[in-house]
Design a binder for this molecule. Structure first.
Ligand code: MLC
Ligand code: AMP
Length: 513
């Protein structure tokens, strides 16, 4: 029986010369391919020694470091299921994720050990380790006692590799279950579609708790045996300075906007680069065109989701499936990737003709297995013929280019992070004196889109906008906090009594411009 463990596919792609540099960090560290192999073996052996049930969840909320990536790879290697958590999540949010996923192991930053371990042990977690970005903490201390050789656990395509929590439009977050097959097929396909070469060097500037930084970027480099230049935190000057040593950059639009503000961004500085990729949020055509003007490079925009990894991409080279098209068409997210079926459907679920706007549905080896312990929710999100309803609204033109024009899900994408208004409104509505609230997304020059909270006070009560914001800051991850709060006498409603968020969006559309 062959081993379909994603780790094996990544490990098989390591270069023959294992002493070459695999990762070089902005803190001056250098890791060879052999270092990655040995370190992942040691952590995998530690996990094996804990005698966990197969496919245990390993929940991780730590600062970005190469060791955090090693922990991810070691989790795959040991056959467990990785559950990455945004470092901005606070205790209420963490209690939900840990309670819902019931991880056997939780790894957190040393300063958070007190409150995180309390939550974890209450939820039945057996082991809580710490891992700091400076390579200290109990995880590595314990791993140091283990062998640096390890035989990867045998896993099949359908076995779980990771759970990514995505917030729900109503109710709580859902854990998207991704399999070894989902991720391996996507990584191998992108290797060809984006024409990765072994001499490529990726600037890794994104956080590693979401699909973009954790899967697209890391798998992309590893499955090509390509080196990574690792930035612990995105800094536009530092990223641009690395262009002369690198060939591939991946970012959310905010990263491109911030780099465009730097005078050091010039065609000469970008001359060594091969490919700039953008995704996770809409890339404004202004940013796309300005980047072309300032660097001579055309950004390749692609589209994906936690539930599906990558779905569509503008071409890197000629795409034979679309008459050899090579144009990276700004404002579009390109073509469905090889192996991905994408259709646009109307209200009645029937496929629409080219150019017509409707709901985007997808099918392919990359599409997830379902939501963790939510069979009904999973069934709702798939059609009877097996297509996943993305919740994005778009169209496909006559040439095959897909454009996303909106979302049917009530979602704000701020700097590449998803913020669900329902969750924020739920918190605001609990505050003293609040009768009701509506959170809407409005354009923002840096984050693309940010939330504004529109609040109604109860009769006779006074609600201070600053207090609303302060109260939210104490319970929610910082990127979810609305950038403004206004208290108004009433909300616009339709004849059914439903709040007309489109009118609120229009009213506040220029609030940050
Ligand atoms: C930070 N802040 C944000 C924010 N990030 N506010 C709104 N939206 C965001 N994305 C706020 C903080 O709350 C804080 O506010 C202030 O900005 C400064 O915080 P910071 O941590 O210093 O910010 P910074 O480091 O500048 O972070 C900005 C950023 C980061 C753009 C670098 O948000 C980022 O890395 N975004 C990438 C997200 C990502 O990887 N998405 C991929 C999802 S996968 P205050 O008030 O506290 O001072 C996906 C699928 C796919 O979508 O297709 O890829
Ligand atoms: P997440 O659930 O965090 O993985 O976010 C996925 C969502 O991000 C998708 O459903 C889209 O709404 C959005 N998204 C990803 N890439 C793009 C893109 N290139 N353009 C517009 N929206 C995007």
């Amino acid at each position: 029986m062959s081993n379909h463990n994603l780790f094996v596919a990544l490990r098989d792609a390591f270069p023959t010369d294992l002493d070459r540099t695999a990762v070089q960090t902005d803190t001056g560290l250098r890791y060879s391919w052999r270092d990655l192999d040995r370190a992942t073996a040691m952590v995998a052996n530690l996990l094996d020694s804990l005698d966990l049930p197969p496919a245990s969840r390993i929940a991780v909320q730590v600062e970005k470091s190469v060791e955090a990536m090693v922990l991810y790879l070691a989790t795959l290697r040991a056959g467990h299921v990785f559950l990455p958590l945004n470092t901005a999540y606070q205790s209420g949010e963490m209690a939900y994720f840990i309670g819902n996923a019931e991880p056997a192991v939780v790894v957190c930053s040393p300063p958070n050990h007190g409150w995180v371990s309390k939550i974890a042990f209450t939820a039945g977690t057996q082991y809580v380790f710490t891992l700091s970005e400076d390579r200290t903490g109990s995880l590595l201390e314990r791993a140091a006692h283990h062998s640096d050789r390890h035989t990867p656990a045998v896993r099949q395509d359908d076995d779980l590799a990771a759970i990514l929590y995505t917030s729900g439009t109503t109710g709580r977050s859902k854990g998207a279950m991704l399999t070894h097959g989902n991720m391996r097929s996507n990584a191998l396909m992108l290797r060809d579609y984006w024409q990765w070469q072994p001499h490529d060097v990726l600037i890794h500037a994104l956080p590693i708790f979401h699909v973009h930084g954790l899967f697209v970027a890391i798998h992309g480099a590893l499955i090509n045996g390509s080196k990574m230049i690792w930035l612990s935190k995105f800094d536009p000057k530092a990223a641009i300075a690395q262009f002369s040593e690198a060939t591939v950059f991946m970012g959310v639009p905010t990263l491109y906007v911030r780099m465009l503000a730097e005078p050091s961004l010039t065609p000469a500085q970008a001359a060594h680069m091969r490919l700039f990729i953008s995704g996770s949020a809409p890339l404004l055509i202004e940013t796309f065109s300005e980047w072309q003007r300032r660097t001579g490079h055309t950004i390749l925009e692609r589209y994906g989701m936690s539930e599906t990894v990558m779905l569509t991409s503008n071409p890197c080279g000629p795409d034979a499936r679309y008459g050899g098209a090579t144009e990276r068409c700004g404002g579009t997210v390109g073509f469905p990737l090889p192996g991905v079926s994408l259709r646009v459907v109307g209200e009645d679920g029937q496929a629409l003709a080219p150019g017509a706007i409707g709901g985007i549905q997808v099918q392919g080896p990359n599409v997830f297995k379902g939501y963790w312990r939510m069979p009904e929710k999973t069934a709702e999100e798939f059609t009877s013929d097996g297509f996943f309803k993305t919740g994005d609204v778009g169209k496909v033109d006559g040439r095959g280019y897909v454009t996303i024009v909106g979302r049917s899900k009530d979602l704000i994408i701020s700097g590449g992070y998803n913020v669900y208004p329902a969750e924020i409104e739920g918190c605001i509505n609990e505050l003293p004196g609040v009768a009701e609230s509506a959170v809407v997304g409005v354009p923002h020059p840096d984050f693309g889109e940010v939330g504004i909270a529109v609040v109604i006070a109860k009769t006779g009560a006074t609600v201070e906008p600053d207090r609303v914001i302060a109260a939210l800051k104490s319970t929610l991850a910082n990127f979810k906090i609305p950038k403004r709060c206004v208290v108004v006498p009433e909300l616009p409603r339709n004849t059914m009594g439903k709040v007309q968020k489109n009118l609120l969006r229009e009213q506040y559309t220029a609030a940050f411009l």
